[in-house]
Design a protein around this ligand. Structure first.
Ligand SMILES: [Zn+2]
Length: 300
């Protein structure tokens, strides 16, 4: 994700899974011992930390900020009270009906409800409406969705820039999910969407990460948010002014953590940190505004 390609294309998303590096380094965990695609979520849950592929470098973030400002320069002011109901297509990849990876309609509905509570409760202006679900039995896709990402999405993706496509499968290397960013839609529309580890859906087997907040987090990226630890303690960090800077991801739920000298304790309860699902409770008003701006620039 450090190459210029991340600004405009998806080369970064089709590369082998990259370690998170630099100021946003995530520690290698026990999860690294379950790198084989067939490792079960139950095996992984013992030492897994939240991790995805959505870090950007400070230089990329600065370039993207210039692009966003340019795109909005001649637009009316963005209303943070704007409401958008986002249509969602849910694509379940499984090894068979009733087998690993399979998800019921009830659990999919529970996932959407979790997202609606997360986004609605904090007045971001976004809500989600399930428009359709499909189930694909394919063990190769299920066990290596990163390898087959282009094939999967070419086959299953639906809708346009304002349509959220969520794919579930067994992610390897301790990843709980990943997402495309709004600015990537133009060059690779079919690749747009969120990929989630199936065991993170409410009722899943991934201890501490099975309340559905991985989808909330990845959808935050899909709406243009960075991690709260983006850029470490250095401004402008995540380009949101009301999320205090933090030096690195917060894991588990470290109440009181204060890793930077700037004012404000670390935003460990924010959906865009790396803490436990049960620890994640908020988006800030600033994040709501940023998502609305990103929507206006790239998805509206
Ligand atoms: Zn993330």
């Amino acid at each position: 994700m450090r190459s210029a390609a991340a600004l405009t294309g998806f080369a970064s998303l089709t590369l082998a899974l990259l370690p998170i590096s630099g100021a946003t380094a995530a520690p290698k965990t026990a999860a690294s011992s379950c790198t084989t695609p067939s490792a079960s979520a139950r095996t992984m849950s013992a030492g897994v930390h939240r991790r995805d592929k959505n870090d950007v470098s400070p230089a990329q973030a600065a370039a993207l900020d210039r692009e966003l400002k340019a795109l909005l320069a001649h637009r009316s002011p963005i209303s943070i009270q704007a409401t958008h109901q986002i249509p969602v297509y849910f694509h379940v990849i499984r090894t068979g009906k009733g087998k690993k990876g399979d998800l019921s309609r009830k659990r999919i509905a529970q996932q959407i409800a979790v997202m609606n509570k997360a986004y609605g409760g904090s007045k971001t202006g976004f809500s989600f409406a399930l428009k359709g679900s499909d189930w694909t039995t394919n063990s190769k896709w299920f066990n290596a969705p990163d390898t087959y990402e282009k094939t999967i999405k070419t086959k299953l993706h639906k809708g346009s820039a304002g349509t959220l496509n969520i794919y579930t499968a067994a992610l390897s290397d301790g990843l709980l999910g990943w997402s495309t960013f709004p600015w990537q839609y133009k060059s690779k529309p079919t690749m747009d969407g969120v990929v989630i580890h199936y065991s993170t859906i409410p009722g899943g087997s991934l201890t501490h990460y099975n309340l559905g907040q991985s989808a909330t987090h990845e959808t935050g990226h899909w709406l243009g948010l960075y991690h709260t630890f983006e850029g470490g303690c250095d401004a402008p960090g995540d380009y949101v002014s009301d999320t205090p800077a933090e030096s690195s991801p917060a894991f588990k739920c470290p109440t009181g953590r204060d890793s930077c000298t700037a004012s404000g304790k670390d935003p460990i309860h924010n959906f865009m940190d790396y803490s436990y699902d049960s620890c994640m409770t908020q988006f800030t008003a600033g994040q709501g505004t940023r998502m609305q701006k990103e929507w206006a620039a790239y998805r509206g």
